[in-house]
Design a protein around this ligand. Structure first.
Ligand code: XLS
Ligand code: NI
Ligand code: NI
Length: 437
């Protein structure tokens, strides 16, 4: 097979002074930060669906992207060649991981058996290419939203047969992920929600979703898959309301249905802003509850109300997200998966490199800035001092559960007024952070 990205050599680190757009200015995979290489901290992954399947059509016009790896036949052979093109890209870019949906890599057949067979044919090549290049599977997943059968949802469909189909499809996707040594498996509730409550039994649908996930947990044991399960929150699109709407809704759901020890969260930046939160809020909430697993790294557009899935270029966001990730001790099974596509007008194959290079460099800068902020202790010291009243005296007594309303009433009646507050120094801290960027 001839090269898909002919004329593009391996992207190298050339440092901040370089003027070569096809080089890294900040991402230096071997550079040690807090005792670990950048490569191991950031665990970059390419999303197969956006990078190799998305032609960037929209509601007003067809696809624009030149994708020399597609011959338009929809054949298995073409699907296999596309895998080879993808691994050429992963290797030239120097990422350690990729992610895919079952239907991204292999065409859907007329029956489930045929689809499974198609998948097996392509998985053979994925396996070969993983072995040849050392690139690994960060996570696998199943596409339970594109085919018309999923119009009412998959695990939350009103049609029990569709639930059964989805279960069979996920079982196969899990087997394949295991076969490829995937480090995780993602559940994104593509159509698990509703268009209108007029036709929806919400309680029943939520119970079914939980049942589905419990079945997946059981099947994981049965087949001996050791990877981490994740739920990926998103508030809307394609449905008006998705049940996994944000990190807090997922956490409540997981707790209610006794699933919290089996699934962590895959937080996507653009989904956070769609939910009316910041990316950092979602990460902090997940980390605070011990369920931050992995990240879909992208960016939305504040003026647009949908999932624009742009490449991450916001230094502020990347710094703060790396701060949360470093504070939790770094990724274990997770990583930074670029769930992002190039702009419709960036139609040439080289644009895929520019897009990923930008995302990788921005996160590398964020990592360095976050490590410097941690090294100097500027935020940590301020926060520790801000909560000092809880470290001794009445604060410590409250935290230890030594006092109740009765004792606190006696304490405050005697004291008369609370100790004076101190400034939160919001602007001073914001200014301080800018010094690190
Ligand atoms: C869509 C989601 C999807 C998941 C994987 O908005 O981000 O791409 O990451 O199913
Ligand atoms: Ni995603
Ligand atoms: Ni998305």
């Amino acid at each position: 097979m001839k090269e898909a990205f002919a004329g593009i050599k391996k992207i190298e680190y050339e440092g901040p002074e370089s003027k070569n757009p096809l080089s890294f200015k900040h991402y230096n995979p071997d550079q040690i930060v807090e005792g670990k290489t950048m490569f191991d901290h950031l665990r970059f992954s390419v999303a197969y669906w956006h990078a190799f399947r998305n032609g960037c059509g929209d509601q007003f016009g067809g696809p624009t992207r030149l994708m020399p790896w597609d011959d338009g036949s929809g054949s298995i052979e073409n699907a296999q060649n596309r895998v080879r093109a993808a691994f050429e890209f992963f290797q030239k870019l120097g990422v350690g991981f990729y992610c895919f949906h079952d239907r991204d890599v292999a065409p859907e057949g007329a029956t489930l058996a045929e689809s499974n067979k198609n998948l097996d044919e392509v998985v053979k090549v994925l396996k070969e290419e993983q072995k040849r290049t050392g690139v690994k599977l960060l996570w696998g997943t199943a596409c339970l939203f594109a085919h018309p059968r999923f119009m009412h949802g998959a695990a939350t469909s009103c049609n029990a047969d569709v639930f059964a189909f989805a279960a069979a499809q996920v079982a196969k996707a899990m087997e394949v992920t295991k076969e490829l040594d995937g480090e995780g498996y993602v559940f994104w509730g593509g159509r698990e929600g509703y268009k209108t409550l007029l036709n929806t039994d919400m309680k029943r649908e939520l119970d079914h979703l939980a049942k589905f996930l419990h079945m997946a947990v059981d099947y994981k044991k049965q087949i001996g898959f050791k990877g981490q399960f994740y739920i990926e929150p998103k508030p809307k699109e394609p449905t008006k309301h998705q049940y996994d709407s944000d990190a807090a809704a997922c956490f409540a759901f997981l707790q209610k249905y006794d699933l919290v020890h089996h699934l962590k969260l895959n937080i996507e930046a653009n989904h956070a802003t769609l939910a009316g939160h910041t990316f950092i809020h979602e990460l902090e909430f997940a980390a605070a509850n011990g369920i931050l697993g992995s990240v879909d790294a992208n960016r939305g557009d504040l003026l647009l109300g949908w999932d624009t899935d742009q490449f991450p270029t916001d230094l502020y966001d990347c710094t703060f997200s790396m701060l949360t990730i470093l504070n939790m001790g770094g990724f274990t099974t997770g990583g930074l998966n670029f769930d992002a596509h190039v702009a419709r007008e960036s139609f040439e194959p080289v644009d895929l490199f520019h897009a990923h290079i930008g995302g990788m460099d921005t996160f590398a800068r964020g990592l360095k800035a976050a490590a410097a902020i941690r090294r100097d202790g500027v935020l940590k010291n301020f926060v520790t001092e801000r909560y000092a009243s809880w470290d001794s005296g009445i604060g410590a007594d409250i935290e230890k559960g030594k006092v109740g309303f009765k004792e606190l009433s006696a304490y405050m009646l005697k004291k008369g007024e609370a100790t004076a507050n101190k400034s939160g120094r919001v602007e001073m801290l914001e200014n301080l952070i800018n010094e690190y960027l």
